[in-house]
Design a protein around this ligand. Structure first.
Ligand code: GUN
Ligand code: ZN
Length: 451
């Protein structure tokens, strides 16, 4: 199986470390299988030049469409689809009244399987081709999500939620044969790492929910597991809400801050992704930077739960990595457009009080190349540079009457991208194309039928 091309307008990030996009009005994206048979980008650029160099290339022409990197959602909860839009005074009552009751339903493998199909459908329908997701404390929820992502060919990272206190008994990690609850939760995590991590496009994340729902023993064990498996991810929550922070400080008085609690248990390192990271001081920001951990910025969630505003200026000054995330079901939408728009509002209102106006290129980067970089997946996903896996979205900028009217008035790339961010939703995503393998392309799967 050889190379194929797509002719459309193209958007990508020539330097993945920089939030500066490149645009090709009449472009050609060339994809071809790599040594393992998975389709990767072979070339990207203007159609006239590249088509002359590849004159026998089969090309799909997509007039009026925009091809852009598939979106990367750095923090989303698979078991919280039904929790979206549940109002509460703040994080802790929201967890207690809505989230914990719903997550208990994932003890049933059939419930997990149905939810996993719906969840992956929803991600792909919204143009999200890579996700770092929470599951529940039930290993059946982790297996169901991995199995569904594998079936669809999606790049997905998840792991068993670790929680051995301060939640309903039915939701805590349970003891196993000859093992107490902590030992069993770590044993199950390791079994799942061996079963799934690195299989096809899947990755494992060691997942203590947040420090208040784990004992010292469980956090210690999670840190030791992370040390034994340096290329698995770690995911958790930190510094989202003032009540949560006060609680974490009370439970771990020997740590110098809530974030430092994770460092003290060996849970801050590269490939560690912490959701929210709102209420940080200078020492926390320096610790993020020095440890190589990354922040998943969750603006729709932070606005919905009145948690606060991520401090973009502070993060940039300290130089730690971050990217965007939906945080469904605290977050209100799977749509990257809604998340980028909320991030824009957060930048305007943020603690710097500078009325930061994040550029649309910056917002888009945070949800693609920047997010991939923050997850340690630079050069793999989130971009369309040669060598990247060929995950991309096909956007139809005339998807709604208002989008059609507004986008055709755009005189600059920023004007165009802002229109898409402000007015876009799932209707803007005409197709999400995932990097196929040769075998899939040859007939196991039809690309058009993959979601
Ligand atoms: N902190 C601990 N658990 C959660 C969760 O499920 N959602 C959010 N937003 N914050 C959390
Ligand atoms: Zn979360």
């Amino acid at each position: 199986m050889s190379a194929r091309g797509y002719r459309a307008s193209l958007l990508w990030f020539p330097d993945p470390a920089l939030p500066v996009a490149q645009w090709e009005e009449d472009g050609l994206l060339v994809v071809a299988p790599d040594a393992q048979g998975r389709e990767v980008v072979q070339a990207i650029g203007d159609w006239r030049t590249l088509s002359a160099l590849n004159c026998r290339l089969p090309v799909e022409h997509l007039p009026g469409r925009i091809i852009a990197p598939g979106f990367v959602d750095m923090h989303v909860h698979f078991p919280q689809i039904n929790v979206i839009g549940s109002p509460a005074d703040g994080l802790l009552p929201w967890l207690e009244n809505y989230t914990f009751p719903e997550e208990q339903r994932f003890a049933d493998p059939a419930y997990c399987a149905e939810a996993a199909t719906f969840f992956v459908d929803e991600l792909l329908r919204n143009g999200v081709s890579t996700a770092l997701a929470f599951a529940t404390t039930h290993s059946s929820s982790v297996s169901a999500l991995f199995a569904e992502a594998e079936r669809r060919g999606m790049r997905l990272v998840t792991g068993l939620c670790l929680m051995d206190r301060h939640a309903p008994a039915a939701l805590l990690n349970q003891p196993g044969v000859g093992r107490d609850a902590v030992e069993h939760s770590l044993w199950e995590s390791e079994e799942l790492i061996q079963q799934w991590h690195g299989k096809d496009r899947l990755g494992y994340a060691i997942t203590p929910r947040f420090a208040p729902t784990s004992t010292d023993a469980q956090l210690q064990g999670a840190g030791e597991l992370a040390a034994r498996y340096p290329d698995v991810w770690i995911q958790s929550h930190v510094a989202e809400n003032q009540d949560e922070i006060a609680w974490a400080r009370e439970l771990f008085p020997n740590s110098s801050s809530y974030l430092a609690t994770y460092a003290d248990f060996g849970l801050l390192r590269e490939r560690a992704v912490y959701a929210h990271c709102i209420h940080f001081d200078a020492a926390d920001r320096a610790l993020m930077r020095s440890s190589g951990a990354a922040a998943a910025v969750c603006p729709t969630s932070n606005l919905f739960l009145a948690s606060g505003y991520f401090d973009y200026a502070g993060a940039d000054a300290a130089g730690f990595a971050y990217g965007l995330a939906s945080d469904v079901g605290g977050g209100t939408s799977f749509s990257p457009f809604q998340t980028m728009l909320a991030a824009y509002y957060v930048g305007r209102e943020g603690r710097s009080k500078a009325g930061l106006s994040l550029s649309p290129q910056h917002l888009w980067w945070q949800h693609t190349a920047g997010a991939a970089r923050a997850m340690g997946l630079q050069g793999v996903v989130g971009n369309l540079l040669p060598g990247c896996e060929a995950d991309f979205v096909v956007l139809q900028p005339k998807a709604t009457p208002l989008l059609a009217r507004k986008t055709q008035l755009a005189n600059t790339l920023d004007e165009l991208l802002f229109s898409l961010i402000v007015l876009g939703d799932d209707r803007l995503i005409e197709r999400t194309v995932l990097a196929c393998t040769v075998a899939e392309r040859a007939g196991l799967w039809q690309a058009a039928g993959r979601f």
